[in-house]
Design a binder for this molecule. Structure first.
Ligand code: 0RA
Length: 631
């Protein structure tokens, strides 16, 4: 390069030097996140060209030499001379910080706090970068190294079509890691394809032995997004959607209730995930709450004097995508992912009310299902609150507050203590006899009261036994749950190996998962594994926990063995129960994972639901012993 820099060139070098000096200022960090940000920056430019109505396909390729290319079929970055800078426009875009903003006025540019730093930042942080433009029948090319032009713009041949190719290799001097991850990129590219209906985005990985390639294109846009999110759930109605532009704000909403309890609401502004929410999300929540309440009142589901459904009740089981696009998004909050434009709230609220009110009026059957779902959520929340108030009052009356049924242990250090939740008073008595009184506590739960089939979770909370258990654990539950107050490090569910025992276990796991989630997440919940068989031969005694173990002990003929099958805990004496199921060293515990709890919740839903078939199926499966847990 010539050393006779012009004033403009010095400016350029200063600008890119700043990027290389403090990359974090421009792309967040120089770890995995920042590395992928480079791809997003290039892709966002191409998406802008698609939003402007020109590009239809975007192709992202991960090359074997650790470089990445992003190609679109838009108009191609202009190549004509930029009057002010006396450089081709494409060179200005590639080498001058924030120059991109001078172009492409109008439209909804992706320009959040996260992206939109300008492709020149990608250039500055790349060991090399090649830009190719197809325009007016010719292919143009230029090359840069660490942001500095090393090959001026040059016509390299004739071509058909139009478009832009951005090909760059992240500079290992700038990044702690330089390997792109398929999973990270495909997640974002799929999301962009959902958010921009009809846009085709391909991700191709040429780095490994086998080339991997996926193309995402969704004619349904965010309706397809909701469909995909709810793929494995039970939807209560067809997806409700709306799309309109008002006062310069393009609004798209798609929503669908399912039989689940959590809500899944994703909001976006200019294709950026607004994790912290903002005005569009507020408008959506407000409109859905108002529309469903007013429908429920009008139809008499909510009577005079009944409390209105809260937003928390309304969003239970709701999957929704709210996507807005606007000229001048204001991103606020800790991570700049909260949309601040106040006018967006009323625009979104207006459109959603209109659409939802119409849907409810037109579809009384679905409307009833939705209202009923929200009212169930309300009942559960009310019951939970009552139960909480009640147990608080009781605690105040009873001093220490520990329930009388609890057989507590002596050790005051929760880290060393365990509590056995035992099905039935008689098994409770046996367990009391077999425990180590130093660190093992026993709480008998009466099985019959906890008939899962009839008990919704709200009823479960009204149940004395469950409240006793909550008091014994010491943590509180629901919104007030505090794992730091847990009185026992291990909570061990010990039930019979029959249908009732399985019901109680399912109910307890579901309860823990819904109301005391960290207990499950932090691995405090266990299931005791009593043996299925006791085997004797002369003075020798064995225990078998599976059919397989039984076989390996008694062999094929089993002569001279006395085999006793244990159906309930009560069939063992205290010593046997201790030896097989309670004593550290001999016992086998199954630690409950979140996956186990999710499965229990699914079973719980089947069991208490209106459908008879899943319930029958479950009991049938159980009877076959299919539900035998891993050891
Ligand atoms: C400004 C003006 C024009 C095209 C673009 C920007 C453009 C930028 C990028 C970045 C990646 N792909 C892109 N495609 C297009 C075109 C102006 C005109 O042709 O009149």
């Amino acid at each position: 390069m010539s050393t006779n820099y012009t004033g403009e060139q010095i400016e350029v070098l200063r600008g890119l030097e700043a990027v290389r000096k403090r990359p974090g200022m421009y792309i967040g960090n120089t770890a995995e996140r920042g590395l992928h940000q480079l791809v997003y920056e290039a892709v966002d430019n191409a998406v802008d060209e698609a939003l402007a109505g020109y590009a239809r396909t975007i192709r992202v390729v991960l090359h074997a030499d650790a470089s990445c290319s992003v190609e679109d079929d838009g108009r191609g970055i202009p190549i004509d001379l930029h009057a002010e800078e006396r450089l081709p426009a494409v060179e200005v875009v590639m080498t001058i910080l924030h120059a991109g903003a001078k172009f492409g006025k109008g439209g909804y540019k992706v320009s959040g706090g996260l992206h939109g730093v300008g492709i020149s930042v990608v250039n500055a942080l790349s060991e090399w970068m090649v830009t190719q433009v197809k325009r007016d029948g010719f292919l143009w090319r230029m090359k840069f190294e660490r942001g500095v032009t090393v090959q001026k713009l040059k016509k390299i041949g004739k071509t058909e079509g139009t478009g832009t190719l951005q090909w760059f290799k992240p500079d290992p001097e700038m990044f702690e890691v330089t390997e792109f991850h398929w999973d990270i990129l495909q997640k974002r590219l799929r999301e962009l394809a959902f958010l921009n209906r009809g846009l085709s985005i391909t991700l191709r990985d040429e780095r490994g032995e086998a080339v991997r390639e996926r193309t995402y294109t969704f004619d349904g846009g965010i309706v397809s997004f909701v469909e995909w999110l709810n793929e494995k759930k039970d939807p209560l109605h067809p997806i409700i959607s709306t799309h309109a532009e008002r006062d310069g704000v393009d609004v798209e909403v798609a929503m669908q209730y399912t039989g689940t309890y959590a809500d899944q609401i994703f909001s976006y502004a200019n294709n950026i995930g607004t994790i912290e929410g903002g005005m569009h999300l507020q408008g959506f929540r407000q409109a859905v709450t108002t529309a469903i309440n007013s429908y429920a009142r009008k139809r008499g589901a909510l009577k005079e004097g009944d409390n209105s459904l809260s937003t928390d009740d309304i969003v239970e089981g709701l999957t929704a995508v709210v996507s807005v696009k606007l000229q001048d998004p204001q991103f606020e909050g800790q991570t700049k992912t909260k949309l601040g434009n106040a006018k967006v709230r009323s625009i979104v609220a207006g459109l959603v009310s209109e659409r939802l009110e119409f849907f409810l009026e037109e579809n009384p059957k679905y409307a009833r299902a939705i209202v009923e779902k929200c009212m169930q959520a309300q009942r559960a929340r009310d019951a939970a609150k009552k139960a909480r108030d009640l147990s608080r009052r009781k605690n105040a009356l009873e001093g220490s507050g520990l329930p009388g049924k609890l057989v507590d242990c002596k050790n005051g250090n929760p880290g060393e203590c365990e509590i056995f939740l035992v099905e039935g008073d008689s098994a409770g008595g046996t367990a009391k006899g077999g425990r180590d009184p130093n660190n093992q506590a026993i709480l008998p739960l009466r099985g019959k009261i906890l008939n899962v089939e009839k008990a919704r979770l709200d009823k479960v909370l009204a149940n004395e036994e469950i409240r006793t258990m909550i008091t014994a654990l010491g943590t509180g539950f629901g919104d007030e749950f505090n794992v730091a107050k847990l009185r026992y490090n291990k909570i061990i569910i010990m039930t019979d190996a029959d249908v009732d025992g399985s019901h109680i276990r399912t109910l307890l796991l579901t309860f823990f998962y819904r109301q005391m989630k960290p207990l499950v997440e932090e691995g405090h919940v266990f299931i005791a594994q009593p043996p299925l068989y006791g085997i004797r031969k002369g003075k020798k005694q064995w225990w078998a926990f599976t059919e397989g173990e039984l076989k390996s002990i008694v062999g094929d003929d089993g002569k001279d063995f006395t085999i006793q099958q244990y159906k309930g805990l009560g069939e063992m004496d205290a010593e046997q129960l201790a030896e097989t199921t309670m004593e550290v060293g001999n016992r086998r515990l199954k630690q409950i994972t979140v996956e186990d709890a999710v499965e229990a919740e699914q079973i719980f839903t089947d069991l208490m639901g209106d459908k008879v078939e899943p319930r029958k199926q479950y009991i049938f499966e159980y009877a076959k012993g299919v539900k035998n847990l891993d050891l």
